[in-house]
Design a protein around this ligand. Structure first.
Ligand SMILES: [Zn+2]
Length: 261
């Protein structure tokens, strides 16, 4: 009986959501990490190239994929074009250049890539990949690869701190060093101002209003969180919500995304 009631409530919630979506323009920001075909992926950070391409092809049929900066411009003007999608990547894996970029170019899909600047050309694996089998680990971008990635006019580069800490656990001067420092390090490589940032981890507990203040003060124009929500005109430009994509085939992606929207 309880299960039945829960199902009815869920159906009603879906109907309400869909009705609301028709009334309020809504956009979605997708979050990827790696595009790679790996055997063992304990943190589920990789989407294989075939699934990635099929996910984008599906989105292209139904949605308007725009650069993140375009979504932000609409939000600043107080509006939003309905059914828009922006694609983002976190961390700065080399496979973003070698595996993702060719597909983005082929399908003419823009994307924003947030770089953990302390790992550029470091020859180290990202610390969270410590338990991943060495052959399944992705390496960070090198200095030259980052320049090559940024050359493509479909790509916006953004910052993701220097060492990928949980910002809320750090004293303010250290937060400032991580946020402002990553901006400076990337600008040194690319020679143009960095205007966007994604918070490491990005859940509500990982950053607070102090971090947002530092992000503003450092000269960033907008920032992404990992908060699992849709974008509406009321979304905070300094904590934009995102939808994390896993290694789903087209069918599963459709299901997960339709549950989300
Ligand atoms: Zn990250």
């Amino acid at each position: 009986m309880l299960g039945f009631i829960k199902r009815i409530i869920k159906i009603q919630k879906n109907i309400l959501n869909r009705t609301r979506n028709r009334l309020i323009p809504t956009a979605y920001i997708l979050l990827y990490h790696r595009i790679a075909d790996v055997k063992d992926d304990p943190l589920q950070l990789s989407v294989n190239p075939e699934n990635f391409k099929n996910q984008l092809l599906y989105l292209k049929q139904k949605y308007n994929i725009v650069p993140l900066v375009q979504l932000v411009m609409w939000l600043r003007k107080g509006g939003l074009k309905d059914n828009s999608v922006a694609v983002t990547f976190d961390d700065g894996y080399a496979d973003n250049l070698h595996n993702a970029l060719p597909i983005l170019k082929e399908l003419n899909v823009p994307a924003t890539i947030f770089i953990t600047s302390g790992y550029i050309s470091s020859n180290k694996h990202f610390y969270w990949d410590g338990n991943t089998r060495p052959e399944d680990r992705g390496r960070p971008l090198t200095h030259d690869e980052l320049i090559e990635l940024a050359k493509c006019n479909l790509i916006e580069i953004g910052a993701h701190t220097i060492s990928h800490p949980r910002l809320s656990a750090l004293p303010l001067p250290k937060q400032e060093e991580e946020i402002n420092g990553s901006k400076k390090q990337i600008e040194k490589v690319l020679n143009y101002p960095q205007i966007s940032l994604a918070y490491p981890f990005g859940d509500k507990e990982s950053f607070d209003k102090n971090a947002i203040e530092i992000v503003k003060k450092s000269g960033f124009n907008y920032a992404c969180s990992n908060i699992h929500e849709r974008v509406t005109k009321n979304s905070n430009l300094y904590a934009l919500p995102r939808f994390v994509v896993r290694n789903w085939n087209e069918e599963r992606f459709k299901k997960e995304f339709n549950n989300f929207i």
